[in-house]
Ligand binder design. Structure first.
Ligand code: SF4
Length: 660
């Protein structure tokens, strides 16, 4: 029996673990005591990740679709068919969906296949969920598209602000760090409409009405500016963009914001003062699905900037990433409007950059998001390449069925296979080398612990072989070769290598060769839209519904249901609420004659669902909350409201609640 160091691949915290290997199989998992972020802890998800490797739901061998459906074939036959099919489309007729769970190397090779071989710019992340807009705000302000602080500083902070997110469910070890910080004396503050575990541990929990978080942040910023609490450089207009931001808030109605949010001006003033006085202040907010919109993120950043807490040691704001490599996949350029390294398109120099890195022609133009292209009538797409996929949410299944060719690469059997013409089984993260970039820019190397099960192959190798059949001779023989290319093309990763990453438990944070925020001094980020109160509730839809996460349900259960304890806990929740649930305040429940666990109908302008009421003071009067993880709820109600759900806490849905 042997123990091998690695990184948990469930969420963006990137906790360190040790996998126990015996007779070529992973038998157990243990926390890594010396890991700088997780410090010898794993959450319940991480404690069971080894069960994934043993599941019988693996795709054992390559499959191609014939008259009788999907049939097993040899690797050569599957790759030949995939190459022949993809080779008959014109550039721009193929779309590619990368996976935020895949390693940097796998995503990078998919990007290279798209732009360098197929000549298409239509590539993005299926679960991007606004991370790119969040990181874009931070880049706009600092040139650094990622966390502006370190999780390792949390325990020594004296002020910790959590905006919105239910961290204990999304990234439990990050929440645990905040709890350690609070126990060490930090002033822990939560701003969120719903009562979360972390809100209960907070010294102050401000509960704004749903949809008013942006107003609250703007109010805090205005108080800092108008009442002389802000950083002197910012107040004097010496920070680029500060004067314009200040002007944009002149007309902002502080009293009106307090009224709309249901908070008092005194409470806001008190909080602004505590932030201003803190010496080591850090802010946290969710990204991705259930994250914050672009302007709300800009306000969090501007608030900390105005308070003098950006670019100062021990301070900063950290966007919390839900999925393991969402941040890294963005760094790799899995986006239609960016190249690897966040080089924004259009850019006249972009093609030369790709040519010099990859040789040969490459499409360096801006493309479209695959989901958007599938949605339009007369879609230009004729073929789709999908790497991994969440099990229960297959948006646009009808549009995908109409495509001429669909290639699916994944480790686990999945309903997406029903849509595919060729299925290529990939190795799991324990079966190949690969790097993953966590929520605070930590690039970590996961070494192969076991051989791939059945006939699975690493995705990077499959893509390299496919590119070779399509005329792209990449010459990659190992993931380290690909990482060397990444370090050449992604400036922040320059200086990193497998040799360096391999000797550092916890990896390296980017930028590897320079200090963080080493570029021009931070700038204020302007808002794109005016700050307005949400439309008043109307008679037809008087409640505001928010959707959110679960501890025991992760990645749309594609992974979690294959692990025993999390599946059991998930099912335990369904024992109480088998039809799914919506949380409602006791006062509203009494007024509507509702009782806990009794069925209710939730009706919006676009859909409806019948679920059970969970009567709780965790939600405010006039607000209802739906965890977005129960199949029938997703299908009948949340899918038609996908736009609002993706806006997370900013995307409230007007609904009415009917007794059934
Ligand atoms: S917090 Fe995230 S990375 Fe850490 S053990 Fe849990 S699921 Fe894994």
């Amino acid at each position: 029996m042997s123990y091998h160091s690695g990184v948990c691949n469930f969420c963006g915290t990137g906790c360190g673990h040790l996998l126990q290997v015996e007779n070529g199989a992973v038998r157990g998992v243990f926390p890594s005591p010396g890991h700088p972020v997780s410090r010898g802890r794993l959450c319940v998800r991480g404690w069971h990740i080894h069960e994934l490797m043993a599941t019988e739901e693996r795709i054992p061998r390559p499959l191609t679709r014939g008259a009788a459906g999907l049939e097993p074939v040899t690797w050569n036959a599957a790759l030949d068919r995939a190459a022949a099919e993809l080779g008959r489309f014109r550039p721009g007729e193929v779309g590619l969906w990368a996976s935020p769970r895949a390693s940097n190397e796998d995503v990078f090779t998919l990007v290279r296949l798209a732009r360098g071989v197929l000549g298409t710019p239509h590539i993005d992340l299926l679960s991007d969920g606004w991370y790119s807009s969040t990181a874009g705000v931070l880049r706009e302000g600092t040139d650094q598209p990622g966390a502006l602080g370190f999780l390792t500083d949390v325990r020594s902070a004296d002020f910790l602000l959590v905006v919105g997110t239910d961290l204990a469910r999304q990234n439990p070890i990050v929440a645990s760090e905040l709890h350690f910080g609070a126990r060490a004396g930090a002033d822990l503050v939560t701003i969120g409409s719903r009562t979360t575990q972390l809100a209960r541990l907070s010294r102050t929990h401000l509960r704004p009405a749903p949809g008013t978080k942006k107003m609250v942040l703007a109010a805090l910023l205005k108080i800092l500016l108008d009442e002389g609490l802000a950083d002197p450089d910012f107040l004097a207009g010496r920070t680029p963009g500060a004067a314009a931001l200040r002007r944009s808030l002149v007309e902002f109605d502080l009293a009106g914001a307090a009224k709309s949010s249901g908070l008092s001006v005194d409470a806001l003033r008190d909080l602004a003062g505590r932030l201003a006085q803190a010496k080591r202040a850090m802010g946290f907010f969710s990204t991705g699905t259930t994250g914050l919109g672009r302007d709300t993120v800009a306000l969090v950043y501007d608030l900390f900037l105005a308070a003098g807490k950006i670019g100062r040691p021990g301070c900063g704001v950290i966007p919390i990433v839900g999925i393991s490599n969402l941040a890294g996949a963005n760094d790799m350029g899995a986006a239609p409007d960016r190249l690897p390294g966040w080089r924004a398109l259009p850019d006249p120099a972009a093609e030369a950059v790709l040519r010099s890195a990859w040789g040969g022609a490459a499409n360096a133009s801006a493309g479209g998001r695959v989901g958007d292209l599938l949605r339009v009538s007369g879609s230009p797409l004729k073929a789709l390449v999908v790497m991994d996929h969440d099990e229960e949410i297959i948006l646009q299944a009808e549009a995908i069925r109409r495509l001429d060719f669909v290639l699916y690469l994944g480790a686990f059997s999945n309903p997406f296979m029903d849509l595919a013409h060729v299925v290529l089984p990939t190795a799991t993260y324990a079966e190949t080398d690969g790097t993953y970039t966590n929520t605070d820019r930590r690039i970590q190397l996961n070494r192969r612990k076991i051989e791939p099960r059945f006939e699975a192959r690493p995705a990077w190798r499959i893509l390299t072989d496919l590119a070779g059949r399509l005329g792209g001779a990449w010459g990659y023989t190992a993931p380290a070769d690909i990482f060397a290319d990444i370090a050449r093309l992604v400036p922040a990763y320059s200086g990193a290598s497998y040799a360096g990453l391999g000797v550092n438990l916890g990896g390296l944070t980017w930028p590897v060769e320079s200090a963080p925020l080493a570029g021009a001094g931070p700038r204020a980020v302007p808002l794109n839209e005016p700050i307005a109160a949400p439309a008043p509730a109307d008679e037809a839809f008087p409640f505001r519904l928010m959707a959110g996460k679960s501890y025991y349900y992760w990645h749309q259960n594609n992974i979690m249901k294959k692990t025993f304890i999390p599946r059991r806990e998930y099912n335990a929740l369904l024992l109480l609420y088998p039809q799914g649930l919506v949380e409602i305040h006791p006062g509203d429940a009494a007024r509507l004659g509702l009782r806990d666990k009794r069925p209710v109908k939730v009706v919006s302008a676009r859909g409806s669902m019948t679920v059970q009421a969970r009567v709780t003071t965790d939600v405010l009067p006039g607000m209802v909350y739906a965890p977005y993880f129960i199949g029938p709820m997703i299908e009948g109600f949340l899918k038609p409201e996908a736009g609002a759900v993706e806006r997370g806490e900013d995307g409230v849905i007007p609904v009415r609640i009917e007794k059934v």
